[in-house]
Design a binder for this molecule. Sequence first.
Ligand SMILES: NC(=O)C1=CN([C@@H]2O[C@H](COP(=O)(O)OP(=O)(O)OC[C@H]3O[C@@H](n4cnc5c(N)ncnc54)[C@H](OP(=O)(O)O)[C@@H]3O)[C@@H](O)[C@H]2O)C=CC1
Ligand SMILES: C[C@H]1O[C@H](OP(=O)(O)OP(=O)(O)OC[C@H]2O[C@@H](n3cnc4c(=O)[nH]c(N)nc43)[C@H](O)[C@@H]2O)[C@@H](O)[C@@H](O)C1=O
Length: 307
Amino acid sequence: MKVLVTGGSGMVGKNLITSSKFSSFQILAPTSSELNLKELGLVDMYLKKHRPDVIVHAAGLVGGIQANMENPVGFLVDNLDMGKNIILSAKKHGVKNLINLASSCMYPRNAENPLKESLILQGELEPTNEGYALAKIICTRLCEYITNAKEGFTYKTIIPCNLYGKYDKFDPQKSHMIPAVIRKIVEAKQKGRSTVEIWGDGLAKREFMYVEDLVDFIHYALSKLTEMPQNINVGLGYDYSINEYYQAIANVIGYKGRFTHDLTKPVGMKQKVIDTKLLNEFGWKSKTSLEDGITKTLQYYKTLSND
Ligand SMILES: NC(=O)C1=CN([C@@H]2O[C@H](COP(=O)(O)OP(=O)(O)OC[C@H]3O[C@@H](n4cnc5c(N)ncnc54)[C@H](OP(=O)(O)O)[C@@H]3O)[C@@H](O)[C@H]2O)C=CC1
Ligand SMILES: C[C@H]1O[C@H](OP(=O)(O)OP(=O)(O)OC[C@H]2O[C@@H](n3cnc4c(=O)[nH]c(N)nc43)[C@H](O)[C@@H]2O)[C@@H](O)[C@@H](O)C1=O
């Protein structure tokens, strides 16, 4: 099976193309310099030439709460353009199967948790990542319309919770919470700092899944795409407070310092834990514990700082 993975140099994409689960697949993974998904003409030429059997769309402009707040135009327009181009061009060139990656950030900010797939578009969005969420919603709906047209296309959307793991971004200006905290606490330990600062009061709750579990799910879903629900949450179904994440990461690193809270920092949604009913009925559960995931991510981070 010839699989086109967009975003192959990113966290999800790179974990997928380096996974032994995909070693028997013919993988195409152009970088953004080889195929700029914002250019529809280039996407058309690429798909006309390579004609993949399935596309896993894992490219995007992705970042943590601060990156989203600083660039709502980019997060809306880039993700919309990339998603629209790959989805419409895939249909034009007869690619029968496509998995689109959305995000639990696209659910309404005050929706009842756990977040069910039926809640998409049922309320106002989280302002800190509204642009990104709008792009995700539009591409999710685009896949749904194409599948429902029953012209032989199976274009479905996976809605992951927050993710972390190898090949993530550790730049504090761009990164999500877990990689940012790993870097902060490693540096605090190295420099003998007695305190580490938490953004906000630390009471917000988040669900972070180790990215290799998402890769495992994508592999599982590819063999059952027809039976998979049109839109399906993929996550743990439970969450921790930010304060608990900091303590768990400090325990793995062996940091004994104290935490302070910077209440001027953005905190985003107070909670966004996904409902796993459809996921469990589809026959899949996540496997990696928080401690194991942090340990593996820390090992990867240490290879970066050795460079
Ligand atoms: N990280 C998370 O917590 C979550 C992520 N997701 C979703 O999963 C997917 C992957 O996220 P993640 O791996 O973290 O993202 P990354 O930022 O790690 O990777 C993004 C990828 O997209 C590529 N890309 C960016 N712009 C373009 C472009 N114009 N043309 C072609 N490729 C481009 C990048 O290539 P290059 O490096 O060359 O620019 C990179 O390979 C995204 O759809 C994201 O919304 C969903 C939920 C949570
Ligand atoms: C996956 C999803 O993730 C994004 O939303 P988010 O979950 O709010 O992103 P985040 O991981 O950056 O923050 C999680 C929580 O953690 C707290 N927090 C504490 N201390 C640090 C800290 O040092 N850095 C960061 N980034 N957050 C911190 C922070 O205050 C917030 O309460 C979307 O933009 C969008 O990209 C998206 O798809």
